[in-house]
Write a protein that binds this ligand. Sequence first.
Ligand code: PGA
Length: 247
Amino acid sequence: MLIVSNWKAYIDDIKKAKKLVETAKRVGRTSKHTLVLAPSAPFIAVLATGNRSKVQYGAQDISITTGGAHTGEVTAATVRSAGATYVIVGHSERRAAGDSDSVVAEKLSRAIAHGLIPVLCVGEHVRDTEGHYLAFLREELTSALRTLTAKERAQVVIAYEPLWAIGKTAADAIGTPELTEMTLYIRKVLAELLPGKSSSRSLILYGGSVEPDNIRELGRTSGIDGFLIGHASVDPVTYTELVKQLS
Ligand code: PGA
């Protein structure tokens, strides 16, 4: 499985960051899973330089700019050069800060152009009984992938993160039957967007209150390929437990 830790702005101290990296390296030695850590941008180079472990690094966002006179922007080329191999794109917290569907699509294309594997976040705000949330999800996926070539679309990792489940506890997260349904639905939409059978190889992650209490059950039968984990990924003990639960 692919386990991406989204440190958000929780880790603002390099010593804490290094401790978490040591934890990930230790659990990574005996784990068959791919472990990706996404720290705040300034920490990427510090942590990734000279990295020879299985642990990989991701950025939490990138700019749509390609460089030049854009004060404060962090480009795809910069995070790639700093040592990141992944980037989270279209996280709901970035969308809430202004990233539109077209900005998300643009970021995907920047990421791929610079050799980063994009983790595209999609997910409905609320559930309704008429299935509007399914149409919403289809539109989010379609608008993000539409402008990419078939080959580029196949490189995008999808993270299904329903907003109503983010930042809560395992009890508020999605249940396994619902997640199974959503995984199937996302695969169906991807099959329409990707040529031939290539969508069957697309990775689909789940994110939203993944904790040691629900990670095993969610991963067992839902058909997902991994997780995007926020708050539970920034404590060394909890992180160790998360990965252990999946072994
Ligand atoms: P959470 O965050 O695990 O704290 O719910 C997940 C995310 O927002 O990526």
